[in-house]
Design a protein around this ligand. Sequence first.
Ligand code: ZN
Length: 521
Amino acid sequence: MQTRKFFLTTAIDYPNSRPHIGTAFEKIGADIQARYRRQQGYDVFFLMGNDENTVKVSKKAAELGLPTQDYCNDMARQFREVWDALDISYDAFIQTSSPRHHACCRKFIQRVYDNGFIYKGDYTGWYCEGCEAFKTDTEVKEAGGVCPIHKTPVVRRSEPCYYFRQSAFQERLLQLFDERPELIQPESRRNEILEYVRGGLKDVNITRLGESWGIRLPWDPDFTIYVWFDALLTYITGIGFGDDEQQFAKWWPCDIHFIGKDITRFHCALWPAMLMAAGVEPPRQVFGHGFVYIKNEETGAVEKISKSLGNVVEPMQIITRFSAEAFRYYFMRECPFPGDGEFSWSRFAEVYNSELANNLGNLFSRVATLVTRNFGGTLPQTAGQAAELLDPDRPDTVRQIQQHVESCRYNQALQTLWQSILNPANQFADRKEPWKLVKTDSQAAARTLFTMIEPLRAGAILLKPFLPRAAESIYRSFNFHTPWEQVRYEDAMTPARQTEDLRIEPPLENGKIKPLFPRIA
Ligand SMILES: [Zn+2]
């Protein structure tokens, strides 16, 4: 059987400030997809990176008195520290200031130029320093004469430039969207893009004049390549375009580009047009996820994450107080990935305690304590047995969860898992009270515990992409037959037959069973 490949990317980030929880939201969503695909047997390549060829970054470095390259390298280290702490399982991290990326970008743009899709002209327009982009007259007018994003004054700017003939691709793009309805996700983004492209595509100025930081045009080195153009190219330079054609052919086209919903246009119009202009196939899917907002606990207002509002929460603040797993869980459970979500410390503690500490964690510790204390860690007469299912619709439930994961509806996947598999197990325990039963009918208590362990086994398998550490810790506490490295979602559909008596060896801490998710006061 041929292994299917899965190539996915996240947006690359400006390193002019450290990542906040909103930046992390995207990476976790992509990571769950990457881990899920690996678990299901795909050959996965997961690409991330930083977007460094921007004037803003060189300004920031100058402010700090650092060479721009040193500043970029240090920020890349800081970003990767956060991603590592969150267990983001990326395979490669591209810095766009790297000589390799520069060389491959120059090859790409030369090809587009040779194909006749780049021409020289002049550009005059309203420019926002913050966005590093020209704004259309309508955008500026509607915003009342300022940048619609930054609300700061725009400046009139005129310069010679090179245009990318985006207008030549309007019909081909519409045809592409028609042939591949799954290309733009979720559906709401698709409608927005269709309307935008139908409205007519303009040619795009893709160069800047007289900048010292950035990638120079191969045929006219007075110009650097507009940062958006080169940033998009990481998706192909990161897998060998321009210098390792075999690698490139293996991974391209991209299976999912994960991006914030605000940059959908760049990814769904400009990017496929750029690829077509170079004779490269467009990506298979672009997924524009929602945003995380901060809920102000004093006023109740929902705010955009912003430095000026002073409400920025860094991932490490949450990781050190709770855990990386709690972080991953909260954002995937509470914030619908295709839509928007909110963060507040009190809501975080609430979700953590009710769903992780008191539900999943409690189920595990009940089982571990009872089996260890009353049965010396081994449930008798379970060899050759398969536990009874508390949820007879389990195969359907698993298929449903699988569809949710594949469509990036992570919150619905987790909701279904809790509702259909974990909650019934806790309710069953409350009803059967094995802690009492064990004093009067040891055999019945053993059977009850055996039944309670099955949802933990299935839960661990299904949670493997979401909570890689806790899931592994649960699963490896038991002597289940299938090795952890090999479990797939399908294994959660039916109870596994034990080859030997079911044994538990939970992780210990100072001689006591270590809680998976200690309650937070
Ligand atoms: Zn702006």
